[in-house]
Ligand binder design. Structure first.
Ligand code: CA
Ligand code: CA
Length: 160
């Protein structure tokens, strides 16, 4: 039994080491993130992420939120008018925010002060540079940057 557990542990370690993000993607806690250079509407951004078998970024913890915010501060020198689309929306029911890719209600929320504030006009979630890259609701048709995310287990180089 002990040997079986040790072997299982060794296999899991091996798999963990094997999981790597492709060039251009940043790694955090076994997930890979792509920060776009181009801008697109929320729907176009989601479609582009899908082309790469990923989805718009889903923030599930304060740690993940801090990682993304610090990367955006790094990219933009701490203050910016840029904004980056996330996977969240309240398109289906006003004021009920879900991660669109999974349908899950959003449990971790870190809205900027006075956000969300645009009601039916704004149904898509972004990290807004003018609000220290905290969460804001925005018009889904606006062209912004976007962050794609994929599990490192699904994103590795195809070998052989
Ligand atoms: Ca809304
Ligand atoms: Ca807003």
């Amino acid at each position: 039994m002990e040997i079986a557990l040790i072997l299982l542990g060794a296999v899991l370690c091996f798999l963990r080491v094997e999981a790597q993000c492709r060039d251009g993607w940043l790694t955090f806690h076994n997930n890979c993130y792509l920060f776009s250079r181009d801008k697109a509407s929320w729907g176009e951004s989601a479609a582009i992420c899908n082309v790469f078998h990923s989805h718009l970024a889903i923030i599930e913890s304060a740690e993940e939120n801090s990682f993304l915010k610090s990367e955006l501060d790094h990219l933009h020198g701490g203050s910016s008018s840029a904004a980056y689309w996330l996977d969240g929306s309240d398109i289906e029911v006003e004021d009920i925010w879900r991660w669109s890719s999974t349908g899950q209600k959003i449990t971790y929320l870190n809205w900027a002060a006075n956000q969300p504030n645009n009601g039916h006009e704004s149904n898509c979630m972004c990290l807004y540079g003018g609000l220290s890259f905290n969460m804001a609701d925005e018009h889904c048709s606006t062209s912004y940057n976007y962050i794609c995310e994929i599990s490192a287990d699904d994103a590795g180089e195809i070998l052989g």
